[in-house]
Structures are given as structure tokens and as C-alpha cells.
Design a protein around this ligand. Structure first.
Ligand SMILES: Nc1ncnc2c1ncn2[C@@H]1O[C@H](COP(=O)(O)OP(=O)(O)OP(=O)(O)O)[C@@H](O)[C@H]1O
Ligand SMILES: [Mg+2]
Length: 311
């Protein structure tokens, strides 16, 4: 069982146009709604891959209702705290002609003290002990920057494993609690370390730096080049086959889902990295905000190249 926590959920609205013209009336050719927010995406991928999951988050407004309905239809179990303000809604415009993608993000709703307390109380009362709690994504206004540190410390005190996938100040403060697993991408890791990671050697060095801080599983993902990961015992490089990219939205979240699902089942780091890369790459094959399909993941699994890395 994988629990996820999404402090800033969204309803993503993806539309495609054929040649976007600014300052003109455009017509969309396809339009869809998808539940968004990184933890929720992790839950959706765990569910797609046949794992058990529960998503914790906030819900509010008409878009919140649509998000809940879509998750129910997908069969993803969730437990959301109702909030006064509406959840955010991201708009993604894909131009089929130029293959350009324009994203219009929204600030999150302001979460009140009481609303945050209600979410904390749900997390305190998680019944069946999850294999991992995954904390993922940005933190909306009203919630302190060090929230992940607090939530990770609390989970660890109850012997629940934690994974953190966020960026900037939230990642910086969150890692102080030494989550069991982190998966920044190269850019996020560079920001966290305040230095450039220009090649594989530099990335491996960065991974060992985090391991020495007390994080058990450190993964740094690198888009089309797959990922590098290590525990105290071994280091692994996992590389996907070359694929035709439709949209990379949610690739990282899918990789996190693959990692925690396998590790929670007691699989090796190699097997976890294989599934992580297959799931991430399968998500790249689907358009817009759509995540991976299980058949694609299964097809890609044997195509992922795994190498042992010597530090
Ligand atoms: N262009 C690509 N081709 C093949 N696989 C890809 C590509 N981009 C991403 N992936 C797959 O997805 C995984 C995660 O991708 P990435 O490093 O881009 O994560 P991220 O930056 O955290 O993404 P997100 O925006 O979802 O947070 C990679 O390890 C790889 O398996
Ligand atoms: Mg990411």
C-alpha cells in the first residue's frame, strides 16, 4: 500500500489547437480534464500498475468536484479534506502544428490553519501502515515552507517509510528530515546543491553526498537518459530505449510510483529502477497530461538497460 500526499492538487485542462494565433479566435480540436498534482499522479500510476494506494489531499470548488469524479472513475482511492477555496486549475495548450506547448499555471488556493490540521489528523490516523508515504509537489499559500520536514519526521517516528519529490525551498527543508527516498531531476538536484551537475560522474557524486546525509535511496532522474540511483550497498544506472515523445508531463511522478511500488514489495534497487524508468518512459508516450498505460510499461520493462555503477 502506497499513500500519497498532495498539498497543491489541480484539475488540469488540456486542449489542442491547430496553429495557435494570439489575439485571434482559435478553435480547439480536443479538450480534456485530468486530475493533477504530483502525489495524485503517483497514486494514479501505482493504481494503473496494479498496486494499492490512497491519495490524501484537499478538495474545493467546482473543479475539485470534477477532480474527485475523475479519480473515482479511474478507481483511485482518496481521502480529501474539503477546503473553502477552489483547487487550482492548470491550462495546457498544445499546438499540433508547431508542437509547442503553452502552460498557464495557477497559484494554489489559500489553505487555512484548520484545513491543514484536518489533513495532519488524517495522516496521523492512517490505518493500515503504508509501505511508503510519498510527499510530492509544490506547497500552496498558507502552508509553511518546512511542512514536508514536519510531516516526514512524524511519519518516520511511526516507522513509516517516506519519499519526497518536490523542488526549491520545500525540497531543501524537507531533506533535513532525511526522507527514506528522494528523486529530484538534475535541475532540482543542482538547485539543492547550489552547483552544476554536468556529467554522470558529478551526478553520482551528488547521490553519494545525499546518501551520506542519511537518505537511504537516492535517485536523480535525467529525462531521456533515464536515471541514476544508489543505496549504501549499490549504485545503478537505468536507461530507457529511444522513444517518440508525445508529452513528458508526469514522467517524473510515474518514475516515483515505479520506485516506491517495487521497493515496498521488497524488490531490489535494480528492479525498482527498471520499473521506474519503464513507467516514466511510458508516460512520455501519452499525449498531454495523460499518464502511462500498463501495457506500454510492460512492453518497455525488458527494454530498459540496467548497468551497475561503481562509485
Ligand atoms: N524524453 C524522454 N524519453 C524517454 N524517457 C523519458 C523522457 N523524459 C522522461 N523520461 C522518463 O521519465 C523518467 C523521469 O523523467 P524526468 O527526469 O524528466 O522527471 P521529472 O523532471 O521529475 O518530471 P516531472 O516533470 O514529471 O516532475 C526518466 O527517468 C525516464 O525514464
Ligand atoms: Mg519531477
Amino acid at each position: 500500500m502506497i499513500a500519497t500526499v498532495t498539498l497543491n492538487p489541480s484539475l488540469d485542462k488540456t486542449l489542442t489547437v491547430h496553429g495557435l494565433v494570439i489575439d485571434e479566435v482559435n478553435r480547439w480540436t480536443t479538450f480534456r480534464h485530468d486530475p493533477g498534482g504530483k502525489g495524485i499522479n503517483v497514486s494514479r500510476v501505482v493504481h494503473e500498475l496494479g498496486g494499492e494506494t490512497i491519495a490524501y489531499s484537499f478538495i474545493g470548488g467546482d473543479d475539485g468536484e470534477i477532480m474527485g469524479r475523475l479519480l473515482r472513475r479511474e478507481g483511485v482511492t482518496f481521502d480529501f479534506v474539503p477546503i473553502r477555496q477552489a483547487i487550482r486549475s492548470n491550462i495546457i495548450i498544445t499546438d499540433i502544428k508547431t508542437r509547442q506547448q503553452t502552460r498557464i499555471g495557477a497559484p494554489g488556493p489559500r489553505i487555512s490553519q484548520v484545513e491543514l490540521q484536518r489533513l495532519k489528523s488524517k495522516l496521523r490516523n492512517i490505518e493500515s501502515k503504508p509501505g511508503f508515504i510519498v510527499f510530492a509537489g509544490s506547497v500552496p499559500p498558507g502552508i509553511p515552507d518546512d511542512i514536508y520536514r514536519e510531516l516526514i519526521e512524524k511519519a518516520k517516528a511511526r516507522k513509516i517509510k517516506t519519499a519526497l519529490d518536490t523542488e526549491g525551498i520545500w525540497l531543501k527543508k524537507g531533506v533535513e528530515a532525511k526522507p527514506n527516498l528522494i528523486k529530484p531531476n538534475v535541475r532540482e538536484a543542482e538547485q539543492l546543491l547550489g552547483m552544476e551537475l554536468k556529467d554522470e560522474k558529478a551526478i553520482i557524486k551528488a547521490i553519494y553526498y545525499f546518501l551520506n546525509q542519511g537518505i537511504e535511496v537516492v535517485t536523480i532522474s535525467r529525462g531521456k537518459d533515464g536515471l541514476l540511483a544508489a543505496t549504501r550497498g549499490q549504485a545503478v544506472k537505468a536507461v530507457p530505449p529511444r522513444v517518440k515523445i508525445k508529452s513528458s508531463v508526469g514522467a517524473g511522478d510515474s518514475a516515483v510510483a515505479g520506485l516506491v511500488l517495487k521497493l515496498s514489495q521488497g524488490a531490489s534497487l535494480e528492479e525498482a529502477c527498471r520499473l521506474a524508468v519503464a513507467a516514466g518512459t511510458a508516460t512520455v508516450l501519452t499525449p498531454g497530461t495523460r499518464l502511462c498505460h500498463r501495457q506500454d510499461v510492460e512492453k518497455l520493462l525488458p527494454m530498459v538497460r540496467i548497468e551497475l555503477v561503481t562509485p
